[in-house]
Design a protein around this ligand. Structure first.
Ligand code: NAD
Ligand code: WQD
Length: 343
């Protein structure tokens, strides 16, 4: 049986991707995580949703010796989906070396492991943050990258380039770089979602936490040159992102793509303002959200959304979930967390 290694598999997007891999492929799934931003609770949740089992390995990918010790004996590994990274933009600004060290060292070590083991297929989590403030919208994969606004975004730009050069030096190695826009929501079962270990920085968990009285939402600016003055983003359901990974992996394994190093935007293509996101949440939850309007947040781009034509055409991927679905699933998950905290 062929295996797929999922690094960062206990994290938000990794755990949802494991569910899609278990449900839609015959691959043996091996999750590798050091729980630096997650816990084994995510694995228990996956087991509640999927009947098929999977393997787990606790490992810091920055520890090269331990990596070789714990993964070296694995056989028939058809590919690696590499989610493991730190992802907080403000934390990366406060502690840049932490981000350069963790995100780049783990990537170098896993690429070296691919070389040693002859693993040929690789999927990398990149981010729309590589585009910065683009001159024209929607952004396509050909939109020039802006100078990175944060060390986090810089690690994604560096990661993309590192993989592209690694491909050139290793002709049998094939990579797919996926630039996620704003992944939100939770599995439709409501049984698994994001477990923010610390206070979240992202809009949707702040909205749902505010609705249960555990946070207070401030809209960062209503004086932007947009239709309602608030910033515009391309929110995409986490299970649609997960589904794209399964399709990208199948595409790599079947050698369908023409390019050795392929790049795809993963967004819905719809720009949504912060106030529109709040209105959607209020509609699906039947809750009136108490929020205030504050000043602009440093480093925020005014608007960004994807042209997703390439992923639709080449991966045969179509995002299924609407903004209302994203908000409804995030709310269901928040209520599930509240239920477990109260029981
Ligand atoms: P997450 O923090 O929930 O998951 C990342 C997982 O990687 C965590 O479980 C963490 O414990 C693990 N990890 C981190 N460093 C590790 C290391 N050195 N060794 C082993 N495990 C390690 O984040 P996520 O939201 O699931 O993001 C997954 C990937 O997608 C990341 O690379 C992130 O940068 C990227 N991304 C996320 C978003 C987003 O908004 N969530 C957007 C664009 C790109
Ligand atoms: C969305 C919108 C805020 C919080 C970040 C990373 C990006 C990617 C996705 C990893 C913005 C507004 C937010 C709040 C608000 N991650 N907002 N009040 O900044 O688009 O992207 O996550 O790769 O790299 O930068 O996402 O969810 O923080 O913000 O008004 O309390 O919500 O101003 O317009 P962002 P976000």
């Amino acid at each position: 049986m062929q295996s797929i290694i999922v690094t960062g598999g206990a994290g938000y997007i990794g755990s949802h991707t494991i569910i899609e891999l278990l449900n839609n492929t015959d691959l043996n799934v091996i999750s590798v995580d050091n729980f630096s931003n997650s816990s084994s609770a995510a694995y228990e949740k996956i087991k509640q949703i999927c009947s098929r089992s999977f393997e787990t390995i606790e490992l810091d990918l920055c520890d090269k010796q331990l990596l070789e010790k714990k993964l070296g004996s694995l056989e028939n590994v058809v590919g690696i989906i590499h989610f493991a990274a730190y992802k907080s933009v403000p934390e990366s600004v406060a502690d840049p070396l932490l981000y350069y060290h963790n995100n780049n060292t783990s990537l170098i070590n896993i690429l070296e492991f691919c070389k040693i083991k002859g693993i040929q297929n690789f999927i990398f989590s990149s981010s729309c943050s590589v585009y910065g403030n683009a001159d024209a919208l929607p952004v396509t994969e050909k939109t020039p990258l802006a100078k990175a606004e944060s060390p986090y975004a810089h690690t994604k730009q560096m990661g993309e380039e590192m993989i592209a050069f690694f491909c050139k030096a290793n002709p049998s190695f094939r990579a797919t770089l996926l630039r996620y826009f704003n992944p939100v929501g939770a599995h439709i079962s409501g049984k698994i979602g994001e477990f923010p270990l610390n206070r979240p920085n992202n809009l949707v968990p702040i909205i749902t936490q505010t609705a249960v009285g555990k946070n207070s939402l401030v809209v960062f600016g209503n004086d932007y040159p947009t239709r309602d003055g608030s910033c515009i983003r391309d929110y995409i359901h986490v299970s649609d992102i997960a589904d794209a990974h399964v399709k990208a992996l199948q595409n790599l394994i079947q050698k369908k793509g023409l390019e050795q190093c392929q790049l795809f935007n993963l967004g819905t293509g719809n720009g949504v303002s912060v106030l529109e996101a709040i209105a959607s949440f209020e509609k699906v939850s039947g809750t009136k959200l108490k929020y205030t309007i504050g000043g602009r947040r440093a480093g925020d781009v005014v608007a960004v959304y994807a042209n997703n034509t390439r992923a639709k055409e080449q991966l045969n991927w179509v995002p299924k979930y609407s903004l209302d679905d994203m908000m409804a699933s995030a709310w269901k998950w928040q209520l599930n967390i509240e239920g477990s905290n109260n029981s």
